[in-house]
Design a binder for this molecule. Structure first.
Ligand code: NDP
Ligand code: ZN
Length: 178
């Protein structure tokens, strides 16, 4: 018996909450799960996205990158489409940090529409977090470098969702990058 969309969404929330249960954001106080919840909420409330595969992929988007979760596990629980969106937004952690950052800029342009939506909402929430509660120990210069890099990733995904892009541009204008 197939689950209805709300039930599937709740399972995504449950899975992500369980996987991230011991983690906090880099401000060292916010529970990690707040971020995937924010990303899915940005898509639904601000972006007007109703596609449940996108919303569930948003909830799961950092589980493989930041916990012991495997793509196989995502596929078994949520199916191949959601698994492939999560794969598209997952960095290869075996690569050097600088190479990973460079590849995010490059891969943004060739991503699927659904992966671009998740990536745009992820960047928007990370930039809002950076503004509200920056990672412990980050100098202003490092924060500035993050805005500059994030804008390069976003610039390669323009034409995907006008509301999300406008909200990102509010932040880039504040930082005099636009
Ligand atoms: P990281 O990738 O190490 O950290 C940023 C990521 O942390 C975000 O993308 C987000 O990822 C997650 N995150 C968790 N908590 C927060 C929060 N409160 N606010 C924002 N993000 C949060 O950073 P970078 O490597 O991108 O560093 C930024 C820039 O600084 C780069 O351009 C790099 O070149 C430079 N740099 C400078 C250093 C220095 O000491 N000056 C050292 C290293 C890099 P997620 O969505 O996955 O949770
Ligand atoms: Zn994220």
């Amino acid at each position: 018996e197939a689950l209805h969309p709300t039930a599937k969404l709740m399972q995504g929330l449950q899975f992500a909450a369980s996987k991230h249960r011991t983690q906090r954001r880099k401000d060292n106080e916010t529970p990690y799960i707040n971020h995937p919840i924010n990303v899915a909420t940005i898509l639904a409330v601000e972006g007007g996205i109703t596609d449940e595969s996108v919303l569930i992929a948003a909830l799961l988007h950092d589980t493989v990158e930041d916990t012991d979760t495997t793509f196989e596990e995502i596929k078994q629980h949520f199916g191949v489409e959601i698994c492939e969106i999560v794969r598209e937004v997952t960095d290869d952690k075996s690569l050097e940090k600088q190479e990973r950052k460079r590849l995010q800029i490059e891969h943004a342009a060739m991503s699927s529409f659904k992966a671009k939506l998740v990536k745009l909402a992820d960047k928007l929430d990370n930039l809002r977090d950076l503004r509200r509660k920056p990672p412990i120990g980050w100098s202003l210069e490092r924060q500035e470098q993050y805005y500059v890099w994030a804008k390069k990733v976003v610039d390669n995904m323009r034409g995907t969702n006008p509301v999300l892009e406008r909200e990102l541009d509010v932040i880039f204008k504040e930082k005099k990058l636009l």
